[in-house]
Design a protein around this ligand. Structure first.
Ligand code: ZN
Ligand code: ZN
Length: 424
């Protein structure tokens, strides 16, 4: 269909603004706004009318023109019947959105739009009348045009791929909403005290608070996540944290080498955090219990990478053998035979929450020394080996084991991770 014919159809039923007219030709030529396209086409049509062409259009669309050849009465236009004058108020809408967006800190954003039912219906009607050959949707024009204005007002960047904030113009509810994406920070931690890695909701009440948990909603008073998260929440004004560790250690296992993590802060109000200061603050507040290092900003991809990391660790286990056990240096040497594949059925202590399967994990190196009844072993193992069960044998569910080889019942006194390799 000729451009002129499409334009005439757009302008047939009543007044249509430049944006709504030009939008029907959005896919033609680049470097113009739809408003500019609309103005140009309207002028072309006005010239055709002045030249004597009989176009079937609503003449209020040409109220702004001075005709030279024809004596034409053009009535004053009412509001654009497609957008009800929305595009005339686009600057107003943008400054309202800017005001809302200024409540949080960000650099990259994009604009989302929820159309009112009315607006969608009018757009449909226009498309029925004039076709959709070169058109663009109201939604996409609005989000682009408001995006441009917001970028200018706020001096921020539009980013469709990884926005920190989505400014949602909800025309259905006449509201501007902010969808703030989480902030991710990478770091490494050591743990010297007894605590779980992540917040552990009370099993009884699932976090609501009950007698068992002393109305804290938690199984344990604190965790690595909470110790680190507290400072981050205060600095970012965020809602909550999610903690993603590169593997985890038991509550009573100390982690004496740096373990990687990514902490996710939900709905942060501030993103330009002084990570150096935060690191110092965490370390000062948690002296002797946990410490962090190497904090830097990360993204969601890194959460997956950190969680998938499978690296060897060296565990140091101190255990005591019964009084009557007679362990000779030759016996200790036999522990070398643990090198190789260990078969572990799911440990009895975690059977209530994990499936009963057999895992095969490798012990790559082991050394042992004994002072009195105390034996200290250092074991380099593949990621995922249950170290306590390697020692105790878990009633034969782990085999071979230290207990099996020494033919005794070791009582574990201390478990520490002394080295985490960076590659497996
Ligand atoms: Zn309009
Ligand atoms: Zn509880």
């Amino acid at each position: 269909m000729a451009i002129i014919d499409i334009a005439a159809k757009v302008l047939r039923k009543g007044y249509v603004c430049d944006s709504c007219l030009g939008r029907q030709f959005a896919q033609l030529l680049s470097g113009y706004t739809n408003e500019q396209r609309g103005r140009a086409i309207r002028q072309t049509l006005a010239e055709a009318i002045d030249a004597g062409e009989k176009l079937d259009v609503d003449l209020s669309n040409f109220h702004s023109f001075k005709f030279r050849q024809q004596k034409i009465k053009t009535p004053k236009p009412s509001k654009c019947w497609v957008c009800s004058g929305l595009f005339e108020k686009i600057d107003e809408l943008a400054s309202r959105a800017a005001k809302e967006a200024a409540k949080v800190e960000f650099n990259r954003f994009h604009v989302g739009v929820v159309l009112s039912k009315d607006l969608s219906q009018q757009e449909e009607k226009l498309w029925e009348a004039a076709g959709i050959e070169w058109t663009e949707s109201i939604k996409s024009e609005l989000s682009r045009e408001i995006g441009k204005r917001l970028a200018a007002i706020l001096k921020k960047e539009v980013d469709l791929e990884k926005p920190e904030v989505v400014v949602l113009i909800n025309l259905a509810k006449d509201r501007v909403e902010l969808d703030v994406n989480p902030l991710f920070v990478y770091g490494r931690y050591k743990k010297f005290a007894e605590m779980p890695q992540t917040r552990w909701p009370c099993r009884e009440c699932r976090g609501r608070g009950c007698e068992r948990c002393d109305f804290t909603g938690k199984m344990y008073a604190t965790s690595v996540e909470e110790r680190i998260g507290k400072t981050f929440l205060a600095a970012s004004g965020g809602d909550d944290t999610r903690f993603h560790g590169a593997g985890r250690e038991d509550i009573d296992v100390r982690c004496l080498d740096w373990r990687e993590f990514v902490i996710e802060l939900t709905k942060p109000k501030r993103r330009a955090l002084d990570l150096r200061a935060i690191e110092k603050k965490i370390n000062r507040a948690n002296e002797g219990e946990i410490s962090v290092s190497g904090l830097r900003f990360a993204d969601r991809d890194e959460v997956r990478q950190v969680k998938e990391r499978r690296v060897d660790k060296v565990y140091r286990v101190v255990f005591e053998v019964p009084k009557d056990a007679r362990i000779t240096p030759a016996d200790l040497k036999k522990l070398g035979s643990l090198k190789g594949t260990i078969k572990q059925k799911t440990p009895t202590r975690v059977l209530h929450r994990r499936a009963d399967i057999v895992r095969k994990r490798k012990v790559k190196d082991i050394s042992a020394k004994k002072v009195g009844r105390r034996v200290t072993i250092e074991v380099r193992a593949e990621s995922g080996l249950y170290i306590k069960e390697l020692v105790s044998g878990d009633s034969g569910r782990t085999s071979p084991s230290v207990a099996e080889i020494l033919k005794t019942e070791p009582r574990i006194l201390d478990v520490s991770i002394v080295k985490i390799y960076s590659k497996s």
